[in-house]
Design a protein around this ligand. Structure first.
Ligand SMILES: *Cc1c(COP(=O)(O)O)cnc(C)c1O
Length: 351
């Protein structure tokens, strides 16, 4: 199958750089960033820090490495961080904080809205006693599973952490989706967090890159860890140029992805499928167990890639148009009709 023809709803990481983005990448001024010599990396870090209201920023190859360096900058060996059971840093990063950082995670249940109950946080903070790990940090994620944390919760949780002497880190891989959904500024969406990690390679459409924000001393420590973790890049300005382009051109357009997700969910519901209301760009649709097995093949035949299962995940992004959403809905419609017809034949055969 021609890769360009695929409507790829597996993730918003599958976006390819646009022609305009490639042009700024090709033209980027570069230097050796391990020496701090890459002017484009430096500009991205300065522009992003100013825009999100932090003293300093650091460019990473991936979000996983940015989160890990942040956790290692906040916590030392034998410290612990409070984190949601569903959080990326706990669940989807191979336990890197523990494996590579000697940091113990204290996972806590995520509520249906993605928050962690303050009562659970209170109960999990360990007293100063040599039997216990030292509780040092609260890590939250926004968006989480496509959901935007309530702003009042973020304010309460970060204030609570501060009152208990904990640092706060936000895994904001899809932070710009949260910001667009809430209709607030960059500075408002990150208010209260000591550090924030923001992916440029998801809905923002760059080929790679994540930015970590924090104070100058925090970023200096994170820069040391980045080198230890193998993230010291050389002429990374080629990637940073894409990041600068994305921050300028691909943030407000995230609304299109959210609108497409809402449209897709409404269409799937109209076909009789049970579908959660998407808050941002991620649609979860329930597929009856008997229909799961054939779905991926049917979609593939129509040039559609998706993470299928009983809870199928469909992610909208910059390489998916409204017309393509209509193609997806038509493919689901066909599949449901074919399946219903087959079921009717089976029933007649049995009778
Ligand atoms: C994708 C993602 C990351 C990690 O990003 P990579 O660049 O793939 O390492 C971290 N946190 C969240 C919430 C993510 O969605």
């Amino acid at each position: 199958m021609n890769a360009a023809a695929v409507i790829d709803l597996r993730s918003d990481t599958v976006t390819r750089p646009t022609a305009a983005m490639r042009a700024v990448m090709a033209a980027a001024e570069v230097g050796d960033d391990v020496y701090g010599d890459d002017p484009t990396v430096n500009r991205l870090q300065d522009v992003a820090a100013e825009r999100f209201g932090y003293a300093a920023a650091l460019f990473f190859p991936t979000g996983t490495q940015s989160n890990l360096a942040a956790l290692m900058a906040h916590c030392g060996r034998g410290d612990e961080y409070l984190v949601g059971q569903e959080a990326h840093t706990y669940r989807y990063e191979q336990g890197g904080a523990a494996v590579l950082g000697s940091i113990q995670p204290q996972p806590l249940p995520n509520q249906p809205d993605g928050s962690i109950a303050l009562a659970d946080l209170t109960a999990a903070i360990k007293p100063d006693d040599l039997h216990f790990a030292r509780t040092r940090l609260l890590a939250l994620e926004n968006t989480i599973g496509g959901k935007v944390l309530p702003q009042t919760y973020v304010a309460a949780a970060t204030a609570f952490a501060k009152s208990r002497g904990l640092a706060t880190h936000l895994d904001g891989a899809r932070l710009c989706n949260a910001m667009i959904k809430r209709g607030v500024s960059e500075r408002e969406i990150v208010a209260g967090f000591d550090s924030v990690s923001l992916c440029l390679s998801k809905g923002l459409g760059t080929p790679a890159g994540t930015i970590l924000f924090g104070t100058e001393p925090f970023i200096a420590t994170a820069r040391r860890w980045r080198k230890a973790l193998g993230g010291g890049m050389r002429q990374a300005g080629i990637l940073a140029a894409a990041g600068l382009y994305a921050l300028e051109h691909h943030v407000s357009r995230l609304q299109d992805d959210h609108d497409n997700a809402t449209y897709l969910a409404a269409g799937l519901r109209a076909l009789g499928l049970s579908c959660e209301d998407p808050q941002t760009n991620i649609v979860f649709v329930q597929i009856p167990p008997a229909l799961v097995a054939g779905l991926a093949a049917q979609l593939r035949q129509c040039g559609i890639a998706a993470s299928t299962g009983t809870r199928t995940r469909l992610v909208t992004h910059l390489d998916v148009s409204r017309a393509q959403i209509d193609t997806v809905l038509a493919a689901f419609d066909d599949y449901l009709k074919i399946s219903a017809a087959q079921a009717a034949v089976m029933e007649n055969t049995v009778a």
